[in-house]
Write a protein that binds this ligand. Structure first.
Ligand code: 13P
Length: 252
């Protein structure tokens, strides 16, 4: 049985007071560990203050990005040690906004995943096709390449530490969710692709979460799918009531 992950990716939103307020509400509403792992991914500035609020709670903290080098002259970048120091347990790697707006390639993401694993951070590795890929019938080819290149030279034991997030680019921030069946089909394909490295016994325990216009209304039908193990929530994860609603529905 897989514990689903429900994660809020706050992207470039929330000042420290806003992030702390949300974290306090979350801690009050979900004080005990449950059968859903709750994760919040604040912006860098709010990581430590959010950690101070959540340190004695079951809620986990994720960073949204990182650099693969341990230290050095990389102005504007952040290292894994800094993230661990700030209280992170997870790190989102390869979000489509990083890939498309900031030029991150599969090779760079592979270096990031390896550095994250080395530092003990658990990667939430994002993959997903564009609308163009889907319409031209190459969606699965694109996803397969992202997985193969992202996981290049990573051992099976390390792959077991990774959670995958299927985020079709055309569904992010657009209000267009993949239908539960479209998402299930992609999640199944991702699990099969991972199984070529890990074998089915382990791939069946890999957490694969869905992201792209998730909200309290569509969570139930997505979570009903056998290969969907949670959600990576953008817009609806900025509002406490919506995010709490998504968590409660996922606990069924
Ligand atoms: P939305 O939920 O706003 O579509 O964003 C999804 C996302 O990018 C989460 O990482």
């Amino acid at each position: 049985m897989i514990n689903p992950i429900i994660a809020a990716n706050w992207k470039m939103h929330k000042t420290i007071p806003e992030a702390v307020k949300f974290a306090k509400q979350l801690k009050k509403e979900f004080p005990e560990p449950g059968d859903v792992d709750i994760v919040v991914a604040p912006p860098f500035t709010a990581l430590r203050p959010v950690m101070e609020v959540l340190k004695d709670s079951p809620i986990h903290i994720s960073a949204q990005n990182m650099h693969w080098e341990e230290k050095g002259a990389y102005t504007g970048e952040i290292s894994t040690a800094m993230l661990v120091d700030a209280g992170c347990e997870f790190v989102i790697i390869g979000h489509s906004e990083r890939r498309t707006l900031f030029g991150e390639t599969d090779g760079m993401l592979n270096r990031k995943i390896r550095a994250a694993l080395k530092s003990g951070l658990k990667p939430i590795f994002c993959i997903g096709e564009t609308l163009e890929d889907r319409e031209s019938g190459t969606a699965f080819e694109v996803i397969q390449k992202q997985i193969k290149e992202g996981l290049n030279n990573i051992t099976s034991d390390d792959i077991k530490q990774i959670a995958f997030a299927y985020e079709p680019v055309w569904a992010i921030g657009t209000g267009k969710t993949a239908t539960p069946l479209q998402a299930q089909e992609a999640h199944r394909f991702i699990r099969e692709t991972i199984a070529t490295d890990l074998g089915y016994a382990h791939a069946s325990k890999t957490v694969i979460i869905y992201g792209g216009s998730v909200n309290p209304e569509n969570t139930g039908s997505l979570m009903d799918q056998p290969d969907i193990n949670g959600a990576l929530v953008g817009g609806a994860g900025l509002d406490f009531e919506s995010f709490a609603g998504i968590i409660k529905i996922s606990k069924r």
